[in-house]
Design a binder for this molecule. Structure first.
Ligand code: PMP
Length: 358
């Protein structure tokens, strides 16, 4: 069986050794005589998996006891809704940075709940970019400041985070645990799992317990962060199989060493940007200082050549390079689990394509 190099933005490639372990344990998890998928969420085997996932992500993110680690169904989009339901009360305003499609969706959801101030808007800028810290027009006493650290579609990444007196809340779906970050500057972060953490449908949510306590108590119990914390994400039956895979990915990250993963990410992105910058055949979509190390977005000189490149790349074993349907062009998503040799091979393919078509 040949595995393709899968450059899809998400669901995305997972570490091969994780997939092998999932296969090996599928029918009989750790001598229990059943799959972990079939195992009670209140039973000992699953409780150990869940506890390990919480402990490992807490360790990887360098968190103290003042933070809770949650695994919540509904993906990152669920968090777009749950966040304002908890923290955007009547008469309050939340600051949101509109840096692109994903930040825009978060804003749309928040507006269904309460008052939103768009602190900066770079969503239609070309080249794509993140606003500089001094561009933000913040509200006094904002309920919180929400930003997206990496716009998966546009390929723009926020390199440093703004200071904020309001709780800083970040959608890190497409770059969590991909680079060294001091996570203690955030009151809350969340990430859909399907890029750097595991299967789709679940979000990793990290939240200051103190903040969670301030949340609206008059919303349904499943949506209350404080209730999810009190129940260790087990208010109802959680997505146990997905959390199990997230625990295996956390083990893999600890074994690889986050600093090695980070260094590899910079190197991988560097190869692709080098191919883009070699001459004027390719155009990078993002402003130079905002180029994402996770989603490398670019175009060739024409839409026809874009399509030709995607087709030829597909035949050469590189899948998922088509840019998002809303922007076109090409996008190579190179999350933690994308092997360096796959990225190197793509960079070489780009050089070859340019030499043939340029
Ligand atoms: N935020 C970002 C930055 C994303 O890239 C995505 C998914 N591509 C989402 C939110 C939405 O995630 P989900 O599909 O898990 O709801």
């Amino acid at each position: 069986m040949a595995r393709l190099y899968n450059f899809s933005a998400g669901p995305a490639t997972l570490p091969e050794e994780v997939l092998n372990q999932v296969r090996d344990e599928l029918l009989d998890y750790d001598g229990t005589g059943m799959s972990i998928m079939e195992s009670s969420h209140r039973g000992k085997p699953y409780a150990a998996v869940h506890a390990e996932a919480v402990a490992n992500y807490s360790k990887l993110l360098g968190l103290g006891d003042d933070y809770a680690v949650l695994f919540l169904a509904g993906g990152a989009t669920g968090q777009f809704a749950m966040l304002p339901m908890n923290f955007l009360g009547a008469g309050q305003t939340a600051d949101y940075v509109n840096s692109g499609a994903w930040a825009g969706k978060a804003i749309k959801e928040a507006k269904t709940v309460g008052q939103v101030n768009v602190a900066a808007d770079t969503s239609t800028d070309s080249p794509t970019r993140m606003p500089a810290h001094d561009e933000l027009k913040l509200t006094d006493d904002a309920a919180y400041l929400h930003i997206c650290s990496n716009e998966t579609i546009s390929g723009a990444q926020l390199k440093t985070f703004p200071q904020s007196t309001a709780p800083l809340i970040v959608d890190m779906s497409s770059d969590i645990l991909s680079r060294p970050v001091d996570y203690s500057q955030f009151s809350m972060i969340y990430a859909g799992a399907q890029k750097n953490l595991g299967p789709a449908g679940v979000a990793l949510v990290v939240i200051r317990k103190e903040l969670a306590e301030t949340g609206n108590q008059k919303i349904p119990s499943i949506f209350r962060y404080s209730n999810q914390i009190a129940n260790d994400s087990l208010v109802n039956t959680p997505p146990t199989f997905s959390i199990y895979i997230m625990s295996l990915v956390s083990r893999w990250l600890l074994k690889e060493g986050p600093e090695n993963v980070y260094a590899r990410n910079v190197e991988k992105a560097g190869w692709l940007y080098e191919s883009i910058d070699a001459d004027d055949f390719y155009t990078g979509a993002a402003q130079l200082d905002c180029r994402s190390d996770m989603n490398v977005t670019f175009t060739t000189p024409s839409a026809e050549l874009d399509a030709m490149m995607i087709a030829e790349a597909g035949e050469a074993g590189f899948s998922g390079l088509k840019g998002h349907r809303s922007v076109g062009g090409l996008r190579a998503s190179i999350y933690n689990a994308m092997p360096a040799e796959g990225v190197k091979a793509l960079a070489d393919f780009m050089v070859d394509f340019r030499q043939r078509k340029g």
